[in-house]
Design a protein around this ligand. Structure first.
Ligand code: HEC
Length: 134
């Protein structure tokens, strides 16, 4: 075994570990049933997203304070893939599972009093999306 081979194997292992870590980093969906925007999700978004994502000056033209706004998404497109939370951009963003740190929401630090969502809150968002984002 040459040194080059060993180095390559180590790099390959490190690389695949990194990829796996990204998928595994998503907190699991909550087991709660009947999760809706109005009862479970809006309070989380109002506290941690809406100050920057509502009204005329909503960042990225994303309105987090209404169900319609969240489903419509940003100026770039949809962030919720109803029925598939693991492939919804919003989940990757709040779970810090995108490669670009400036996509991690809410930004830290911030002056809006918005906090990084807890694994439990992210799990609720996932359950809401998996259950159809109603
Ligand atoms: C302190 C202000 C602030 C808070 C709070 C905030 N955001 Fe953002 N958000 C921004 C800014 C600024 C941008 C970038 C806007 C642009 O690129 O035009 C952004 C962009 C985004 C984008 C688009 C990212 C992209 O690259 O396409 C999404 C999705 C998003 N925010 C979701 C959220 C969610 C969900 C929350 C709450 C968990 C949240 N934001 C909280 C300021 C904030």
């Amino acid at each position: 075994m040459t040194l080059t081979k060993i180095t390559f194997a180590a790099l390959a292992a490190a690389f695949s570990f990194n990829l796996a870590a990204t998928a595994a980093d998503l907190p699991p969906a909550a087991t709660k049933t009947g999760v809706t925007y109005a009862t479970d999700i809006k309070p989380i978004f109002d506290a941690n997203c809406a100050k920057c994502h509502s009204g005329d000056r909503a960042k990225a033209k994303l309105h987090m304070d209404t169900l319609e706004g969240v489903l419509k998404g940003t100026k770039m497109g949809k962030i919720v893939n109803a029925g598939d939370s693991a492939n919804s951009f919003i989940v990757k963003s709040i779970a810090h599972a995108t490669s670009e740190k400036d996509e991690w929401m809410p930004p830290t630090p911030n002056k809006a009093g918005a906090k990084t969502l807890t694994p439990e809150e992210i799990g609720l968002v996932r359950a809401w999306i998996d259950q159809g984002a109603k």
